[in-house]
Ligand binder design. Structure first.
Ligand SMILES: Nc1ncnc2c1ncn2[C@@H]1O[C@H](COP(=O)(O)OP(=O)(O)OP(=O)(O)O)[C@@H](O)[C@H]1O
Length: 258
């Protein structure tokens, strides 16, 4: 992790209201270190997706500031990968073409065709779906589409990776396998990541900090340090005392704030 004081994603007093004036996201304020990973929990409607949309640049208006490595995010040439809740795949393109398009947009000048195709195959294999490259998204299960969306996000090697409940459509075993796979790839391809989830286990397994958004948007979110669990070997996390302690702590916050 980078040590510079300004490095990483600074979310400074960010607040989002839609035209009706109603708050979509109450004020959040945190610094996610470069190559760090924070998870976000919150009740439905608390603004989790809105936070990711603001960072991704999809929201034209918000209050507060978003900085990356000390400079305003907007206007900087920072590559941001977003895995949206609905996967965001182009239905008229094959799986490989979906990834290829994203890679071409991300790096228009880069890369010889063969190297790109090798990369695509590598990511599909890493996600356990090497045989699905020529399929179309709508002919695939939700879980398969999620894997494609994750492969695509990693393939563009973004500086910031935003994931909106990326494993929600998966059965529990696949989900656990992909959580581990995700962490391995994140370690091998370090990126600054914000990971939204509904699942408390997942938030504790994957985040260096867990941000818990409250249902009352005038209250501040809870920032819960999770290094004691994060630092453990992934296979040991679930059975650790630190995991249970954290589970208890977060559930208490949820009871009070949701
Ligand atoms: N385009 C929009 N126009 C107006 N209000 C919106 C719009 N998009 C979201 N909202 C409102 O903003 C609030 C936050 O929505 P958001 O989707 O960010 O919540 P969330 O925490 O991601 O919810 P969920 O867990 O259900 O996905 C909600 O009250 C929602 O109704």
């Amino acid at each position: 992790m980078s040590s510079s004081k300004n490095s990483g994603l600074r979310v400074k007093e960010l607040e989002v209201a839609y035209k009706s004036g109603e708050l979509a996201l109450g004020r959040v304020d945190f610094t996610l270190p470069e190559h760090g990973i924070y998870t976000i929990l919150g009740p439905s409607g608390s603004g989790k997706s809105t936070l990711l949309r603001a960072v991704s640049g999809l929201l034209p208006e918000y209050r507060g500031e978003l900085l990356f490595n000390g400079q305003p995010l907007r206007g900087q040439d920072v590559l941001i990968g977003l895995v949206p809740q609905n996967y965001g795949l182009l239905p008229w393109k094959t799986v490989k073409a979906n990834i290829r398009v994203a890679m071409k947009i991300a790096n228009p000048k880069e890369q010889e065709r063969r190297a790109r195709e090798e990369q695509i195959d590598r990511w599909l294999t890493a996600m356990g779906i090497p045989e699905l490259g020529e399929r179309y998204p709508l002919s695939m299960s939700g879980g398969q589409q999620q894997r494609v969306a994750i492969a695509r996000a990693f393939a563009i090697a973004p500086s910031i990776l935003l994931l909106d409940e990326p494993f929600s459509a998966l059965d529990v075993m696949t989900r656990e396998a992909l959580q581990q796979l995700f962490l391995e790839h994140w370690r091998a391809n370090p990126t600054t990541a914000l990971f939204v989830t509904h699942d408390v286990d997942e938030a504790i397994l994957l985040g260096q900090k867990v941000i818990v958004l409250p249902s009352n948007k005038s209250e501040a979110p809870e920032m819960i340090d999770n290094e004691a669990v994060f630092g453990l070997d992934h296979a040991e996390k679930r059975a650790s005392d630190a995991f249970f302690a954290q589970m208890k702590r977060i559930r208490k916050v949820m009871q009070e704030k949701w």
